[in-house]
Write a new protein. Sequence first.
Length: 243
Amino acid sequence: MSPIRTTLRRAGLVAGLTSAAVLAAAGAAFAHVTVHPESYAKGATDGVLTFRVPNEEDTASTTKVQVFLPTDHPVLGVLVTPQAGWTAQVTTTKLKTPVKTDDGSITEAVSEITWTGGRIRHGEYQDFDVAFGQLPDDTDQLTFKTLQTYSDGNVVRWIEEAEQGGEEPENPAPVLTLTAKSAADSGETASSTSDSESTSAAESSTSSSDSTARGLGIAGLVVGVLGLLAAGFALVRVRAARS
Protein backbone atom coordinates (compact mmCIF):
# COMPACT_ATOMS: atom_id res chain seq x y z
CA MET A 1 0.00 0.00 0.00
CA SER A 2 1.32 3.49 -0.91
CA PRO A 3 2.39 5.93 1.85
CA ILE A 4 -0.43 8.29 0.86
CA ARG A 5 -3.13 5.63 1.24
CA THR A 6 -1.64 4.46 4.55
CA THR A 7 -1.67 8.01 5.91
CA LEU A 8 -5.24 8.59 4.79
CA ARG A 9 -6.38 5.33 6.37
CA ARG A 10 -4.75 6.24 9.66
CA ALA A 11 -6.28 9.72 9.68
CA GLY A 12 -9.71 8.30 8.86
CA LEU A 13 -9.35 5.70 11.60
CA VAL A 14 -8.51 8.36 14.20
CA ALA A 15 -11.47 10.51 13.17
CA GLY A 16 -13.80 7.50 13.22
CA LEU A 17 -12.70 6.37 16.68
CA THR A 18 -13.04 9.88 18.08
CA SER A 19 -16.55 10.24 16.64
CA ALA A 20 -17.52 6.84 18.07
CA ALA A 21 -16.29 7.89 21.50
CA VAL A 22 -18.38 11.08 21.37
CA LEU A 23 -21.51 9.19 20.35
CA ALA A 24 -20.93 6.46 22.95
CA ALA A 25 -20.67 9.05 25.70
CA ALA A 26 -23.87 10.69 24.50
CA GLY A 27 -25.67 7.32 24.40
CA ALA A 28 -24.64 6.52 27.95
CA ALA A 29 -25.96 9.86 29.19
CA PHE A 30 -29.37 9.38 27.55
CA ALA A 31 -29.70 5.73 28.69
CA HIS A 32 -30.36 6.60 32.35
CA VAL A 33 -33.77 6.55 34.00
CA THR A 34 -34.64 10.23 34.59
CA VAL A 35 -37.40 12.39 36.05
CA HIS A 36 -38.89 15.40 34.23
CA PRO A 37 -39.00 18.26 34.75
CA GLU A 38 -35.66 18.34 36.51
CA SER A 39 -36.81 20.90 39.09
CA TYR A 40 -39.87 22.25 40.87
CA ALA A 41 -40.41 24.95 43.48
CA LYS A 42 -40.47 23.84 47.10
CA GLY A 43 -44.01 23.15 48.22
CA ALA A 44 -45.33 23.20 44.63
CA THR A 45 -48.88 21.89 44.25
CA ASP A 46 -50.92 20.13 41.57
CA GLY A 47 -48.10 19.13 39.23
CA VAL A 48 -46.90 16.12 37.25
CA LEU A 49 -43.65 14.16 37.38
CA THR A 50 -42.65 12.07 34.35
CA PHE A 51 -40.31 9.13 34.80
CA ARG A 52 -38.58 8.33 31.51
CA VAL A 53 -37.34 4.75 31.19
CA PRO A 54 -35.20 3.82 28.14
CA ASN A 55 -34.33 0.23 27.19
CA GLU A 56 -30.57 -0.47 27.25
CA GLU A 57 -30.55 -4.17 26.34
CA ASP A 58 -30.12 -5.38 22.76
CA THR A 59 -31.76 -8.78 23.29
CA ALA A 60 -34.27 -8.15 26.11
CA SER A 61 -37.26 -5.90 26.82
CA THR A 62 -38.08 -3.98 29.97
CA THR A 63 -41.07 -5.65 31.62
CA LYS A 64 -41.18 -4.09 35.08
CA VAL A 65 -40.41 -0.67 36.55
CA GLN A 66 -40.39 0.12 40.27
CA VAL A 67 -40.08 3.71 41.47
CA PHE A 68 -39.54 4.34 45.19
CA LEU A 69 -40.74 7.65 46.61
CA PRO A 70 -39.01 9.11 49.69
CA THR A 71 -41.00 8.98 52.94
CA ASP A 72 -38.72 11.19 55.03
CA HIS A 73 -39.84 14.07 52.77
CA PRO A 74 -43.06 12.63 51.36
CA VAL A 75 -44.85 13.58 48.15
CA LEU A 76 -48.52 14.09 48.99
CA GLY A 77 -51.61 13.31 46.93
CA VAL A 78 -49.94 10.96 44.45
CA LEU A 79 -52.07 9.76 41.52
CA VAL A 80 -50.94 7.47 38.69
CA THR A 81 -51.88 8.24 35.09
CA PRO A 82 -53.25 5.15 33.25
CA GLN A 83 -50.66 3.85 30.79
CA ALA A 84 -51.78 1.72 27.84
CA GLY A 85 -50.52 -1.85 28.23
CA TRP A 86 -49.23 -1.29 31.77
CA THR A 87 -50.76 -1.98 35.18
CA ALA A 88 -49.72 0.22 38.10
CA GLN A 89 -49.63 -0.95 41.70
CA VAL A 90 -49.35 1.76 44.36
CA THR A 91 -47.95 1.03 47.83
CA THR A 92 -48.51 3.40 50.75
CA THR A 93 -46.54 3.63 53.99
CA LYS A 94 -47.35 5.11 57.38
CA LEU A 95 -45.22 8.18 58.00
CA LYS A 96 -42.96 8.41 61.05
CA THR A 97 -43.79 12.11 61.28
CA PRO A 98 -47.26 13.21 60.09
CA VAL A 99 -47.36 16.15 57.69
CA LYS A 100 -49.59 19.06 58.69
CA THR A 101 -51.67 20.60 55.91
CA ASP A 102 -54.62 23.01 55.69
CA ASP A 103 -56.89 19.96 55.46
CA GLY A 104 -55.43 18.27 58.52
CA SER A 105 -52.53 15.92 59.28
CA ILE A 106 -51.40 13.38 56.68
CA THR A 107 -50.26 10.11 58.25
CA GLU A 108 -49.69 8.00 55.10
CA ALA A 109 -47.99 8.59 51.76
CA VAL A 110 -47.11 6.64 48.62
CA SER A 111 -43.74 4.91 48.98
CA GLU A 112 -43.61 2.78 45.81
CA ILE A 113 -45.18 2.55 42.36
CA THR A 114 -44.70 -0.61 40.29
CA TRP A 115 -45.60 -0.86 36.61
CA THR A 116 -45.93 -4.30 34.96
CA GLY A 117 -47.59 -5.91 31.96
CA GLY A 118 -46.04 -3.82 29.19
CA ARG A 119 -42.81 -3.97 27.22
CA ILE A 120 -40.13 -1.44 26.35
CA ARG A 121 -38.15 -2.89 23.46
CA HIS A 122 -34.62 -2.15 22.25
CA GLY A 123 -34.28 1.40 20.96
CA GLU A 124 -37.47 2.53 22.72
CA TYR A 125 -38.38 4.38 25.91
CA GLN A 126 -41.53 4.78 27.98
CA ASP A 127 -42.80 7.78 29.96
CA PHE A 128 -44.69 7.10 33.19
CA ASP A 129 -46.66 10.11 34.50
CA VAL A 130 -47.35 10.64 38.20
CA ALA A 131 -49.50 13.53 39.44
CA PHE A 132 -48.95 14.99 42.89
CA GLY A 133 -50.92 17.23 45.23
CA GLN A 134 -47.99 18.82 47.03
CA LEU A 135 -44.19 18.56 47.16
CA PRO A 136 -42.27 18.99 50.43
CA ASP A 137 -40.81 22.39 51.28
CA ASP A 138 -38.19 21.25 53.80
CA THR A 139 -35.56 19.73 51.49
CA ASP A 140 -33.50 20.75 48.45
CA GLN A 141 -34.01 17.61 46.39
CA LEU A 142 -35.93 14.35 46.12
CA THR A 143 -34.27 11.09 45.08
CA PHE A 144 -36.44 8.45 43.39
CA LYS A 145 -34.57 5.15 43.47
CA THR A 146 -35.70 2.92 40.61
CA LEU A 147 -35.43 -0.76 39.67
CA GLN A 148 -35.69 -1.77 35.99
CA THR A 149 -36.38 -5.45 35.28
CA TYR A 150 -35.75 -7.05 31.87
CA SER A 151 -37.39 -10.06 30.22
CA ASP A 152 -34.19 -12.11 30.69
CA GLY A 153 -34.33 -11.59 34.47
CA ASN A 154 -31.64 -8.92 34.62
CA VAL A 155 -32.38 -6.09 37.08
CA VAL A 156 -30.71 -2.68 36.78
CA ARG A 157 -30.71 -0.78 40.07
CA TRP A 158 -30.86 2.97 39.48
CA ILE A 159 -30.17 3.78 43.13
CA GLU A 160 -26.76 5.46 43.31
CA GLU A 161 -26.59 9.04 44.56
CA ALA A 162 -23.94 11.43 43.29
CA GLU A 163 -21.70 13.10 45.85
CA GLN A 164 -21.62 16.88 45.83
CA GLY A 165 -18.98 18.01 43.34
CA GLY A 166 -18.22 14.40 42.37
CA GLU A 167 -18.63 12.49 39.13
CA GLU A 168 -21.96 10.99 38.12
CA PRO A 169 -22.24 7.35 39.30
CA GLU A 170 -22.69 4.48 36.88
CA ASN A 171 -26.34 3.88 37.80
CA PRO A 172 -27.65 7.23 39.12
CA ALA A 173 -31.07 7.49 40.71
CA PRO A 174 -33.48 10.06 39.24
CA VAL A 175 -33.24 13.32 41.22
CA LEU A 176 -35.72 16.19 41.37
CA THR A 177 -34.23 19.53 42.47
CA LEU A 178 -36.44 21.68 44.69
CA THR A 179 -35.84 25.41 44.37
CA ALA A 180 -36.79 28.31 46.62
CA LYS A 181 -39.83 30.36 45.64
CA SER A 182 -39.17 33.85 44.33
CA ALA A 183 -40.68 36.97 45.90
CA ALA A 184 -43.10 37.29 42.97
CA ASP A 185 -44.25 33.70 43.40
CA SER A 186 -45.02 34.28 47.09
CA GLY A 187 -47.81 36.74 46.20
CA GLU A 188 -49.59 34.33 43.86
CA THR A 189 -51.96 31.50 44.63
CA ALA A 190 -50.61 27.98 45.09
CA SER A 191 -52.21 26.86 41.83
CA SER A 192 -50.71 29.62 39.67
CA THR A 193 -47.34 29.15 41.36
CA SER A 194 -47.32 25.47 40.50
CA ASP A 195 -48.31 26.07 36.87
CA SER A 196 -45.64 28.75 36.43
CA GLU A 197 -42.87 26.68 37.98
CA SER A 198 -43.88 23.56 36.03
CA THR A 199 -43.88 25.40 32.70
CA SER A 200 -40.55 27.09 33.43
CA ALA A 201 -38.95 23.81 34.47
CA ALA A 202 -40.27 22.01 31.38
CA GLU A 203 -38.92 24.74 29.08
CA SER A 204 -35.58 24.62 30.89
CA SER A 205 -35.40 20.85 30.49
CA THR A 206 -36.29 21.08 26.78
CA SER A 207 -33.72 23.84 26.24
CA SER A 208 -31.07 21.78 28.01
CA SER A 209 -31.83 18.72 25.85
CA ASP A 210 -31.74 20.83 22.66
CA SER A 211 -28.42 22.38 23.71
CA THR A 212 -26.97 18.95 24.38
CA ALA A 213 -28.10 17.66 20.98
CA ARG A 214 -26.68 20.72 19.21
CA GLY A 215 -23.43 20.37 21.14
CA LEU A 216 -23.05 16.73 20.15
CA GLY A 217 -23.80 17.56 16.52
CA ILE A 218 -21.20 20.32 16.48
CA ALA A 219 -18.68 18.02 18.17
CA GLY A 220 -19.24 15.41 15.46
CA LEU A 221 -18.74 17.98 12.68
CA VAL A 222 -15.58 19.30 14.33
CA VAL A 223 -14.17 15.78 14.60
CA GLY A 224 -14.90 15.13 10.94
CA VAL A 225 -13.31 18.40 9.82
CA LEU A 226 -10.21 17.75 11.93
CA GLY A 227 -9.90 14.28 10.40
CA LEU A 228 -10.08 15.71 6.87
CA LEU A 229 -7.56 18.44 7.71
CA ALA A 230 -5.17 15.87 9.16
CA ALA A 231 -5.47 13.74 6.06
CA GLY A 232 -4.91 16.73 3.76
CA PHE A 233 -1.90 17.88 5.76
CA ALA A 234 -0.40 14.39 5.62
CA LEU A 235 -0.97 14.24 1.86
CA VAL A 236 0.79 17.56 1.34
CA ARG A 237 3.78 16.41 3.44
CA VAL A 238 4.13 13.18 1.50
CA ARG A 239 4.03 14.96 -1.87
CA ALA A 240 6.52 17.60 -0.63
CA ALA A 241 8.87 14.85 0.55
CA ARG A 242 8.69 13.14 -2.87
CA SER A 243 9.47 16.44 -4.62
